[in-house]
Design a protein. Structure first.
Lengths: 311, 430
């Protein structure tokens, strides 16, 4: 089934932010802001995608991303089906291509997909004629998370330009970090990456313009506008980056760190948070924390993306 | 009764024989399966003639590193189909690696391959035996008996011997048996879990990296062991700048070392992986442009002894998966000449004579084979190729059973024209 005819660069789906240009990202963010409800109200319901079917295919466990894609699709009037791969024929040994071909034969309009293998949606997009929305591929990208992070920053800042952002933690294994970096770099932000050396390889500096690497947390946080913490992804690490117990001491975010950042600096985290592992409880609950705003913005951003792909 | 199929007169070509420093317009006469004469105006009554006007007539090309998958994995390739692909790629002799099922670690398996090749292969096939039993890296395989049964080298290609003491013993034995030890140099602890070259590209794609150092530390180890034991050590598919420098240094010190490179390692870099296409996934992985530059310089300055394809067929469904689940390796027999012309000869890095050397006397020297030359009395194996004809490689037309080539659709200028084994034409361009 051919993709919907549309002039949008997203007509074929959304695989990553690296290949999107700044104008396209800005258009998505503007539209997401339109979808955002006023405080204490719920999302308005639209009929834009009435009659369309979206399959959410999650080969990895997910709560917030899956639910938020589902709500976004339903608020636009689309029908959604969510499949956790553990329940599907994948557990019977079917290959990824065969699973997707089977689903595509039932004529959905788009597939939202999360997979543990980097590049899995790119691989499928080369072989299937259906828009694929990447909801996180291995340690590569998580484009809608990058978009909602940008929207969250813009809730509290006028522009992404001239911002200084530090991303702290397991960047090597983080798809969120890659999407954030590509997006922020396109808008001219200064980006500092910080974490233990084995989780912050020097080659990250070549990922996009404007990146600096720091292995000292205090130096990394100094004068930043935004602190993005990453989850310690034990499931993707194949060896310990440093002795047990040392991680939080050297790379955990604590209240006293906030004093080094610019006034009004915000703290973000893609969740789920591990209190006491990558950030202290008092930071997570502090005024600076924008963690719940991120979750909230997820629906608006995903509405904007789905609309752009399917409407 | 003499069979006329073992006789052939190849006329009108430019004969190049690096082993005898010959490069001139000349006819080549093969009689009774052996080269009889090379010279102008040769005449022979009642013998078939192959017109090679405008083409190069070279000794039969040797690919010292292929995987034929038989016995055990015949759905990917057989000795018959692999040999046919080799013939179509201009090769008259191939050496097959022992990672079959069962592993070629005994005279029984070696004899099976030799016998089977005699029955079904259009070209010469020489087995390479395992270094250790089952290529498990622990105890030595039956190297002496395999030598008697016909192996030309030993290697645990793909499952390299990690224990330096075991490697030392293998080298000592190989020296006594007068065969080289071919090592796929990879420190498995450093490369564990990796899917592509470690560098900016692997970081960008979120794929786990295989550092150059995983190759370099093993090349260094083996060079030291070769010096210790006096064994001939051959580096398989050398892919890094530092390994090339170490081999050049070792050669200058008189250590008995040789090395091969593959066409894909001089034709491609890790930038090609941007679409997560598993036809670019192999070991060693595609490296960076500075490594490609070093490889080309090694070809120019004589450090490199041979070009080998590391032809590694995999059936389509195995390569149609998530990148990290796909097996390593690509086919290469039918594109080797085209790629070498395109990347090394046409840009002027090397002469066509040097190219012929890398496919003939180079590998023959490493393997101590009495082949790879047009001297009278040599086997009547000849590769005819041209430098100008435009053609496109279409993997769907490949003679291999597998289709895992990244070069499908690529345009080439010059390629194989005819393949002659023992005086018989086994493949000819349509």
């Amino acid at each position: 089934m051919p993709a919907q005819s549309s002039s949008s660069p997203l007509a074929a789906g959304l695989l990553d932010l690296e290949s999107l240009d700044r104008n396209e990202i800005q258009a998505i963010l503007d539209r997401a802001r339109f979808f955002k409800p006023p405080p204490n109200e719920t999302y308005r319901r639209f009929e834009t995608l009435r009659g369309k079917t979206i399959v959410n295919l999650f080969f990895e466990a997910s709560t917030r991303t899956r639910v938020s894609f589902e709500i976004a699709a339903k608020r636009l009037g689309a029908d959604t089906i969510s499949i956790a791969a553990q329940q599907s024929s994948v557990s019977k040994g079917e290959s990824l291509v065969d699973t997707l071909n089977t689903l595509v034969a039932m004529r959905p309009n788009a597939v939202v997909m999360r997979h543990s293998a980097s590049g899995a949606p790119h691989f499928l997009a080369r072989h299937l004629q259906i828009p694929i929305v990447n909801a996180g591929d291995g340690t590569h990208e998580h484009p809608t998370q990058g978009l909602l992070d940008a929207l969250t920053i813009l809730d509290r800042r006028n522009s992404l330009e001239d911002l200084r952002v530090v991303i702290i933690g397991d960047i090597a294994h983080s798809r969120v970090a890659r999407s954030d970096i590509h997006l922020l770099s396109k808008f001219g932000a200064d980006i500092v990456l910080c974490g233990p050396p084995s989780l912050v390889p020097a080659e990250l500096a070549d990922l996009a313009p404007g990146i600096r690497i720091a292995y000292d947390m205090k130096e990394a946080i100094r004068d930043v506008d935004v602190i993005m913490m990453l989850r310690v992804q034990l499931e993707r690490q194949h060896e310990a980056p440093m002795a047990a117990g040392e991680y939080f001491r050297f790379f955990g975010l604590q209240l006293e760190h906030l004093a080094l950042a610019r006034p009004e600096a915000i703290v973000m985290h893609p969740g789920p948070i591990n209190r006491g592992r990558e950030l202290s409880s008092d930071v997570a609950d502090s005024q600076s924390s924008a963690i719940l705003n991120q979750v909230e913005n997820g629906v608006a951003v995903r509405m904007a993306v789905l609309e752009r792909i399917l409407a | 009764m003499k069979s006329v199929v073992n006789c052939l007169l190849i006329t009108g070509g430019r004969a190049i024989d690096p082993a005898s420093h010959f490069d001139a317009s000349a006819d080549v006469l093969i009689r009774d399966g052996k080269i009889e004469a090379v010279g102008t105006g040769l005449k022979a009554e009642g013998i078939p003639v192959l017109d090679a006007t405008g083409a190069i007539v070279a000794p039969g090309f040797i690919d010292m590193h292929v995987h034929l998958r038989e016995p055990g994995m015949e759905h990917a390739e057989t000795i018959e189909t692999g040999a046919r692909a080799a013939a179509a790629g201009g090769f008259t002799t191939i050496c097959c690696m022992p990672n079959t099922s069962p592993v070629n670690d005994s005279a029984t398996v070696t004899s099976y391959i030799v016998q089977r090749a005699r029955e079904v292969a259009a070209i010469n096939v020489f087995p390479i035996g395992a270094i250790t039993r089952g290529s498990k890296g622990e105890e030595l395989a039956a190297i002496g008996s395999m030598r008697e049964a016909g192996i030309v080298a030993i290697s645990d290609d793909g499952r390299p011997v990690m224990n330096a003491r075991v490697m030392r013993r293998a080298m000592e034995l190989a020296r006594a048996l007068n065969i080289p030890v071919i090592d796929h140099c990879e420190d498995l602890n450093l490369s564990a879990g990796g899917d592509m070259n470690e560098g900016a590209e692997s970081v960008r794609l979120g794929l786990r990296g295989i550092p150059s150092a995983s190759e370099d530390v093993m090349v260094a180890r083996d060079l030291l062991l070769a010096e210790l034991t006096g064994a001939s050590f051959h580096v398989a598919h050398l892919s890094t700048s530092r390994s090339m420098a170490m081999v050049a240094f070792a050669k200058s010190r008189g250590i008995p070392v040789s090395c091969e490179i593959t066409p894909h390692h001089f034709a491609l870099t890790d930038h090609e992986l941007c679409h997560y296409d598993s036809n670019y996934k192999m070991k060693p992985p595609l490296r960076q442009s500075r490594d490609v530059e070093s490889i080309i310089e090694g070809v120019r300055n004589g450090t490199v002894d041979a070009i080998a394809t590391d032809h590694a067929p995999h059936p389509g469904d195995e390569k149609m998966q998530e990148f990290e689940r796909c097996p390593f390796g690509i086919t290469g027999l039918e594109t080797a000449i085209g790629l070498t012309l395109a990347e090394l000869v046409h840009p002027g890095h090397i002469t066509v004579g040097r190219m012929v050397e890398l496919f003939t006397s180079g590998p023959a020297g490493v393997l101590r084979m009495d082949r790879g030359s047009l001297k009278p009395g040599s086997p009547g194996d000849v590769t005819v190729f041209d430098l100008t004809k435009e053609w496109t490689f279409d993997v769907r037309q490949s003679h291999s059973k597998s289709r895992n080539s990244p070069f499908s659709g690529r345009r080439f200028t010059g390629g194989p024209v005819a393949t002659v084994v023992g005086g018989g034409i086994v493949w000819q361009r349509e």
